[in-house]
Design a protein around this ligand. Structure first.
Ligand code: UT7
Length: 306
């Protein structure tokens, strides 16, 4: 769906959307196409790229705020579709920070030896949560899914190791009213619509993002100069640019997909990772910083060596 398509739905313009957000188009799931459908496709691609069979997986963790049903977990449906009847699958919900939270969760299971291989998915159909009469939100979001496979491997416990080097997670419910869905099973018995005080979210975003990235630098001794790639959550190009500027991350190290995906919430980081790995930008051994901030508020960073 292009900005021009949206001009026919709400009082907006291609110029406003590009100038304020950097978004030119987003993808909308087809009628009847669900979060499980998108997640399953991403999962199959990730398993193929990793050369790992479903029988080798111990676990599936899905980050989503737009599950197929209130329950069972959409990850369990994906598990079944993949033909996996061993191990365990569950969903986790931290809205736009969801992928950072599930990546960290999976990493902890691997570090403790609880699991050896975990399929981690971010999949969303935010188009189903949007109020298509509200121009302040409906132009911002899109649907999509991405996935990675994490595998245990012995490392020396040094910053030169491969894999996830450090993770930092934060949340603060004091900001609930700035970005929320006005429905839910326990309140309205409906799905509800996304509501956002965009300017307020924007005001907090850069500070929160840069805080957790600085936490990652402090934990590892690395700095912006050492990064090969910065793969931020793709909400708004202005937020990404301002964060990179504040942290002195060179613009050529920043992976941007918000222009053609919009904000796909928990799917945005794995979608951006997929592009930058597929086109050869991210190479084995590269130092990569991931970060996200979203509803809750929740926010976090993951520093990894690919
Ligand atoms: O991933 C989860 C986290 N979410 C985010 O990171 C989103 C954070 N916020 C943002 O990205 C930005 O605040 C927005 C893109 C949502 C809005 O940009 P802004 O520069 O903060 O604009 P604004 O909300 O201050 O609105 C400016 C004007 C308003 O008109 P008035 O009051 O100045 O006359 C809005 O009514 O733009 C108007 N406006 C629009 N005009 C055309 C709002 N939405 C639209 C629209 N088309 N779609």
């Amino acid at each position: 769906m292009t900005n021009a398509d949206l001009e026919g739905i709400v009082d907006t313009s291609d110029e406003w959307i590009i100038q304020r957000t950097g978004i030119r188009q987003r993808h909308i799931a087809a009628d009847g196409e669900t979060t499980a459908d998108l997640g399953e496709k991403a999962a199959r691609m990730a398993l193929k790229n990793a050369g790992i069979g479903v029988d080798e997986l111990d676990m599936i963790i899905l980050a989503t705020s737009t599950p197929n049903n209130t329950f069972p977990a959409t990850s369990v449906e994906i598990q079944h579709r993949l033909g996996m009847d061993h191990g365990a699958a569950f969903d986790s919900q931290a809205v736009c920070s969801g992928f950072i939270f599930v990546l960290t969760t999976a990493d902890q299971y691997i570090r403790t030896g609880f699991a050896k291989r975990i399929l981690v998915i971010g999949a969303e159909t935010f188009s189903r949560l949007l109020d298509w009469t509200d121009r302040t939100t409906c132009v911002l979001f899109g649907d999509g899914a991405g996935a990675v496979v994490l595998e245990a491997s012995e490392q020396e416990g040094k910053p030169g190791d491969r894999g996830i080097l450090t993770s930092h997670l934060r949340s603060d419910g004091a900001h609930k009213e700035k970005l929320f869905v006005d429905g839910g099973p326990s309140t309205t018995c409906t799905v509800g619509h996304l509501r956002m005080a965009g300017r307020e979210v924007f005001r907090h975003a850069v500070g929160m993002i840069t805080d957790v990235i600085e936490d990652a630098y402090e934990a590892t001794g690395y700095s912006s100069e050492d990064l090969d790639w910065f793969v931020p959550h793709q909400a708004n190009k202005r937020i990404i640019d301002a964060s990179a500027r504040k942290l002195s991350i060179a613009p050529e190290k920043v992976v941007i997909t918000v222009d053609h995906h919009g904000n796909t919430s928990a799917a945005s980081i794995p979608l951006a990772l997929c592009e930058a790995v597929s086109d050869g930008r991210i190479q084995k051994g590269n130092l990569v910083m991931l970060e996200a901030m979203g509803g809750g508020f929740t926010w976090g960073s993951v520093l990894l060596r690919w």
